[in-house]
Design a protein. Sequence first.
Length: 328
Amino acid sequence: MTEADHQTADHAEGSTKAILAAFAANLGIALTKFIAWAFSGSSSMLAEGVHSLADSCNQVLLMIGGRRAKRRPDTEHPFGYGRERFVYAFVVSIILFSVGGVFSIYEGIEKIANPHPIEVWWLPLLVLVISIGLESFSLRTAIRESRPHKTTRSWVAFVRRAKAPELPIVLLEDVAALTGLTFAFIGVGLAILTGNGVWDGIGTVCIGALLVVVAIVLGMETKSLLVGEGASDADVAAIQNAILSGGETDRVIHLKTLYLGPDELMVAAKIAQPASRALRDVATSIDAIEARIRDAVPVAGVIYLEPDVFHDDQPAPPTETIVIKGED
């Protein structure tokens, strides 16, 4: 197994652990929240229950996407199914927006318009405290599994630049869940202290607004992955250096990169070759350059190098890469 294979396997294992931890926590939390809502009538508990249930469905979708992405390439999809993970991540953002965010805002507005006091006041508070503990465990697992892939980047940069969507999604969901639980705790607490159910509705609206914001962030990031992202500036520089360092060529005429999936990068380059060089020597040069590119950027699994003759009297086209955010 190559180094790239080991990195891919480690990343997949870490993602699976984080997803399973989040799924177990969210499913248990959703059940307890719905029970608390049934006895107390708190709209914040209902919104949080729907939120946790939506998160549980999201974990299932992420696992399905990861499994489907492992299918082998075929004639219809010669580059494989790696982008299935991006598709399912985008669906997750839509579910979080529609089911979690919009429903919570609607329920909160309804509660503000028709407030009523919370019954069995201690039950929703107890459930919220337990939920905060379980969500903290889920977040801790996600942070532990993400840390090796984050490297020296900030957490914001990791979420924005990561090509594998599962860990950033779980991280955002867990952070949103803990923040939402805090809103719910404050709203329920004020409703109990004041006897005014409007505070419960306000907390519910805050939860919904939070989920909408998180869903929009997720949707924008996964949309970019679906459209097609290229390698980071650092990886592009490493690829260029790998091409030029062996002496087989002195110029990269064109260079384009594209992620075929979270763990596979395609590199296409046109490189200058002397017009007098024999075809056998050109083929040997290309083989050597490909090996150096894979050593420099292990995720470069698909490489196409086109030899060409560059004339000094013609200006060289700028080196190009498919834009975009990359994983540092």
